[in-house]
Design a protein around this ligand. Structure first.
Ligand code: GDP
Ligand code: MN
Length: 398
């Protein structure tokens, strides 16, 4: 079974758990009544006044695995909760889903602790291949679905929902069977699945995940954790979702690039790539891999590779200290190659790092453009093909 979670979530916007629960409550999903805090002072005031019973304090970051990383803690008294909050606020939380620097904890969510009987996993995601919504259920909640898929695949049920038909009784029965729930939960499960699907459809969700969904001691189905990712391309029609954006949780360089109309994704290799067009970016990354290197990023300057965009792109690429060289692969279609060369020659003197540049130009006025680069005083190497460019780059950086 190919796990559907392997589907790339690149083109989607993530929100915090407390925001996801806010959205889900509107659709009738049961959650704990929680409060979010952005300062230790407001947390303390609230805690002293309201905490009587066990509570759970949850770091709000755009990553799972918080529990194992110390970002989800139980407390029995206000003092205990305040101590936990003090230790968490302002910290970077590193989980198995973040990189080694982790994500900043600027918000804490406080909920009454839940008396858990059993924990389950339930998610919905778009399956492009079958044009359906795939529902994934697992009776091993609280664990990563990838781990369950590898170790106890029998604990997982995977069902397809036709968007035009919605939740059918057989879907409910299969989920109940997977969870080994008694039949008196049938109505509650039907209501839950319908709520989740309604939310999924109305908000253009790409992934909705409850891990865990719990059965409480008093037999309620409660979403104890919630993750929702939204399709970027549909955000224009969901202003309320866009407002949930928390830039502090995003890669600063990716945000800055986005503001200038560049698409930048940081990767972990050592060769910076500056390319115009997403397809060309993919081909460039492949060529680097084939030549034995690793790309440091994916940067698409878009249709207009003008001096301003090239400058901005190089600034962003070179801020990554892992980058040992830059491969520029530009197709001069509307923008002519000599104009691109001119832009590059204007930008290069402003660059402070001393690195090799390999430029592969193709398109209108390519001869003129290449000549301009070759005659320049900078450490620029030109290439006649993408493969040659990648090979030259690897040779120069090894
Ligand atoms: P994640 O680690 O980022 O996925 O964070 P979760 O919100 O899923 O919390 C991790 C784990 O903490 C859950 O799987 C539960 O086992 C536990 N947990 C969270 N909230 C409560 C609660 O209210 N009561 C109890 N007993 N455990 C909780
Ligand atoms: Mn979780």
């Amino acid at each position: 079974m190919q796990c559907p979670l392997a589907v790339k979530q690149e083109e989607s916007m993530n929100i915090h758990e407390y925001q996801a629960k806010e959205v889900l409550r509107d659709y009738g999903v049961t959650t704990q009544p929680g409060h979010v805090f952005e300062t230790i002072e407001s947390f303390e005031t609230y805690a002293r006044k309201e905490i009587r019973d066990r509570v759970v304090i949850k770091a709000q970051v755009h990553a799972g695995g918080r529990g194992l990383a110390g970002g989800v803690k139980l407390a029995s008294t206000a003092d205990e909760a305040i101590d936990i909050a003090k230790a968490l606020f302002g910290k970077q939380l590193v989980t198995h889903q973040t990189d080694h620097t982790g994500l900043p904890i600027h918000k804490l969510y406080l909920e009454p602790a839940c008396e858990i009987e059993r924990e389950f996993y339930l998610s919905m995601l778009v399956d492009r291949k079958t044009a359906t919504i795939v529902l994934v259920a697992s009776r091993e909640g609280g664990m990563s679905i990838e781990a369950v898929a590898a170790e106890t695949p029998d604990a997982i049920a995977k069902l397809q929902i036709q968007p035009s038909l919605g939740i059918r009784p057989h879907h409910v029965r299969q989920v109940m069977q997977c969870f080994q729930l008694p039949t008196d939960q049938f109505q509650a499960m039907t209501a839950l699945l319908n709520s989740l699907l309604a939310c999924f459809m109305a908000k253009d969700v790409s992934l909705l995940e409850l891990n865990p969904l719990v059965l409480t001691k008093d037999e309620q189905l409660v979403a104890l954790d919630a993750k929702i990712s939204f399709d970027d391309n549909a955000l224009f029609r969901h202003r309320e979702i866009k407002a949930f954006r928390d830039i502090a949780q995003e890669d600063a360089k990716e945000v800055e690039a986005g503001d200038d109309g560049l698409s930048y994704v940081s990767l972990d290799g050592e060769i910076g790539c500056l390319v115009n067009g997403a397809g060309l970016a993919m081909a460039t990354m492949d060529a680097i891999h084939f030549a034995g290197g690793k790309p440091a990023n994916f940067l698409d300057v878009g249709g207009s590779a003008d001096a301003h965009h090239v400058k901005k792109a190089l600034d962003i690429i070179l801020r990554d200290s892992q980058v040992k060289g830059v491969l520029i692969n530009i197709f001069g279609g509307i923008m002519q190659c000599d104009t691109i060369a001119e832009g590059l020659l204007r930008v290069l003197p402003t660059i402070e790092r001393d690195l090799p540049f390999v430029v592969r130009l193709e398109g209108t006025n390519v001869e003129r453009g290449r000549k301009m680069l070759e005659e320049s005083p900078f450490d620029i190497h030109t290439a006649n093909s993408l493969d040659e460019g990648a090979e030259k780059m690897i040779a120069l950086t090894q």
